[in-house]
Design a binder for this molecule. Structure first.
Ligand code: PXG
Length: 289
């Protein structure tokens, strides 16, 4: 495996950052998770736009133009002969002193890893998955804004621990007002009749690239789709619920808090959109060759 670190493709063992990097010391940095399908990097420009917005939000200046960053991503895929897989792009604050001050960190580190992705078990895509709502709240938008895809995922990790301890693999976090925000690493949609609803970003959702793609695909397939405030009532009473994410793609949720959702199996809207998404992903993206 070759890993991109600050402009060089190095071996796995040489792909290292300092223990004084604020990415490690404080979770100070940003990242993206991107997929490659069928020899193309899926929605690379959208991911880069979000990466640079996340960086801007934490006053981190990325030492590469978006164009050079796109070239770095493609070069990393190429060096690893990646056609289908997962790309992790990370920008850390870089080495600083033992103190929070980010302005003392002069060399942000840019890392790109191209590898495999651990999806949920294949069977779960056939059966749908059981999830729970958890007590860990999504960060307040005036704390670490959930729109920032930062290296500080501890809140999501705490939620994931609750999910795993409850015997399921994913969970829904509510925001401090009690409205549905998102899952620990995915966005959430409900289906009511032929309408899709997903929480607005101000409720504490990341603006998922998959979420945006699903909103577009839904309209193309004759559904209505909108953002609205959701509560647990809306989850429990929905016809269908599904999650979207770069790793998960589209996965049906058939049980929440041990309550059956809809018919208790992946519904027709979820299945149709999952098929449309798979087709879209195969043909959309920046060619690696
Ligand atoms: N919410 C959160 C908190 C996320 O981290 C999403 C929603 C979905 O966004 P995208 O843009 O991917 O549709 C994410 C993305 C991992 C992993 O390793 C997590 C994500 C993406 C890729 C890998 O767990 N989360």
């Amino acid at each position: 495996m070759r890993v991109y670190v600050n402009g060089r493709l190095v071996s796995k063992k040489d792909a290292v950052v300092s223990v004084f990097d604020h990415g490690l010391l404080y979770g100070d940095g940003v990242f993206e998770g991107i997929r490659a399908y069928n020899g193309r990097v899926f929605l690379l420009d959208e991911h880069l736009r979000r990466l640079y917005a996340s960086a801007r939000a934490i006053a981190l200046e990325i030492p590469l133009t978006p164009k050079k960053m796109a070239e770095a991503v493609v070069a990393t895929c190429k060096a690893n002969r990646l056609r289908d897989g997962y790309i992790r792009l990370v920008v850390t604050r870089g080495v600083g002193s033992l103190g929070l001050n980010p302005y003392l960190c002069k060399n942000p580190q840019v890392i790109c890893i191209a590898g495999a992705i651990q999806l949920y078990p294949k069977e779960l895509y056939e059966t749908g998955m059981a999830i729970v709502t958890v007590g860990t709240m999504r960060n307040h938008t005036e704390a670490i804004n959930p729109r920032i895809k930062s290296l500080n995922y501890l809140n999501n990790v705490l939620a994931k621990i609750e999910a795993i301890n409850a015997g399921v693999m994913e969970c829904i976090l509510l925001n401090p007002q009690g409205f549905v925000a998102e899952a620990s690493g995915d966005n959430v949609f409900i289906v009511r009749g032929s309408e899709l609803v997903t929480p607005p970003t101000w409720c504490g959702a990341l603006r998922g690239i998959t979420r945006d793609a699903v909103l577009r695909l839904a309209l193309e397939h004759g559904y209505t789709a909108r953002e609205d405030v959701l509560t647990r009532y809306d989850l429990y009473t929905a016809d269908e619920v599904f999650l979207t994410g770069t790793a998960a793609e589209i996965i049906a949720v058939t049980e929440i808090d041990r309550r059956k959702i809809g018919e208790g199996k992946p519904g027709p809207v979820t299945r149709r959109l999952a098929a449309a998404f798979a087709e879209y992903a195969r043909h959309t993206g920046t060619p690696i060759e």
